[in-house]
Design a protein around this ligand. Structure first.
Ligand code: AR6
Length: 331
């Protein structure tokens, strides 16, 4: 489940919310005030002020805890948001309010906590900016404390405030999806052997992962051999009957194989055929390495034809009776 699905939005008066703890947007005296602070003191009764007097105030960005007294919530965490003056340090101070409140909540075993839109009233923090900070910092905190289950509620006093929270969370969720799509580093390397796998499909482009070394095996492609093999592989692929469908071929950063990007006009069986033939081409290659000119490869890397031929020979063999496998992704 996405972190953001664990965040709830509630519209209305925070003093009515039934949860373990509500957060007060207080001032540094902690002796009460207007806005949500006034509402919380009014609902909790005079004992809250009595306990607050013993706390000796609170600095901006920090939090202190009291009991909830007559509130449905057992606890109140008082935090002091920054007054917005456009000085540039407000976002960090606001983030610190949420972080320190959540740290305190965890310390007290609190399992549900409701936040008002800290600083966005009397302290004049622009609402959209403040909610972006709130959502980002709360999500980050939950990620960093994944072993601690806590329900976080954002309480919007007015409907339009709830709408702003809704949008901020929606944006974060779609960013998260994009991130997941781009990152493909959760492959279960333990199940991979040398061979060829479908790594990703994006529209009509299929990315194949051609594994030439065992992942996590501690054995890598030597730079110069991989460089030469790239020349030979690309030369064959781009001149083959499949050339129209070849988009890209090149080594992986982890130096255990190559990526091959093909259009989906090339069937999986033909993709294997192409790779097998390219590897055999490398295995059997003699003479001048094609494309070995400054203009084409920069010429700053050494070549190792014997090394490339050895990899080509092995991979041509591996792919003899190969079928295309999907890469296994870890859940
Ligand atoms: N429930 C939920 N949210 C509320 C409630 C309520 N009952 N009442 C107001 N809000 P503010 P600040 C919303 O001004 O900007 C106090 O005097 C409100 O609509 O309460 O951090 C303190 O003592 C707004 O979106 O807090 C400080 O001196 C949000 O709560 C100073 O104000 C915060 O508005 C703190 O200013």
């Amino acid at each position: 489940m996405s972190i953001y699905q664990r965040i709830k939005i509630v519209c209305g008066d925070i003093t009515k919310i039934e949860c373990d703890c509500i957060v007060n947007a207080a001032n540094s005296s902690l002796l009460g005030g207007g806005g949500v602070d006034g509402a919380i003191h009014a609902a909790a009764g005079p004992q809250l002020l009595e306990e607050c007097i013993t706390l000796n105030g609170c600095r901006t960005g920090e939090s202190k805890i009291t009991k909830g007294y007559r509130l449905p919530a057992k606890w109140v965490i008082h935090t002091v948001g920054p007054v917005y003056r456009g000085r540039g340090d407000e976002a960090e101070l606001l983030a610190s309010c949420y972080r320190s409140a959540l740290d305190l909540a965890k310390e007290y075993g609190i399992k549900s906590i409701a936040f008002p839109a800290i600083s966005t009233g009397v302290y004049q923090y622009p609402l959209e900016e403040a909610t972006d900070v709130a959502v980002a910092v709360v999500a980050k905190w939950m990620q960093n404390h994944a072993d601690y289950e806590i329900e976080v509620i954002f309480c919007g006093f007015q409907n339009h405030v709830c709408g702003v929270y809704q949008r901020a969370i929606g944006t974060k969720m779609s960013e998260e999806k994009t991130m997941k799509k781009i990152a493909s580093f959760t492959v279960n390397h333990d199940v991979l052997t040398k061979g060829m796998y479908i790594s990703r499909i994006d529209g009509d482009v299929v990315t194949y992962d051609i594994r030439m070394k065992l992942p996590n095996g501690g054995d890598y492609l030597q730079m110069s051999a991989a460089h030469t093999l790239e020349h030979l592989f690309a030369t064959y692929a781009r001149n083959s009957r499949f050339s129209e469908g070849v988009i890209y071929v090149g080594p992986m950063g982890c130096r255990t194989g190559f990526y091959l990007l093909l259009r989906d006009t090339i069937s999986y069986a033909d993709a294997i055929e192409l790779v097998k033939e390219s590897m055999a081409f490398a295995r059997d290659f003699e003479g001048e390495i094609p494309g070995n000119k400054k203009a084409e490869c920069g010429n700053y890397l050494d070549h190792d034809l014997a090394g490339a031929k050895a990899i080509g020979a092995e991979m041509a063999e591996v792919l003899q009776n190969w079928q295309v496998y999907d890469l296994k992704y870890k859940e």
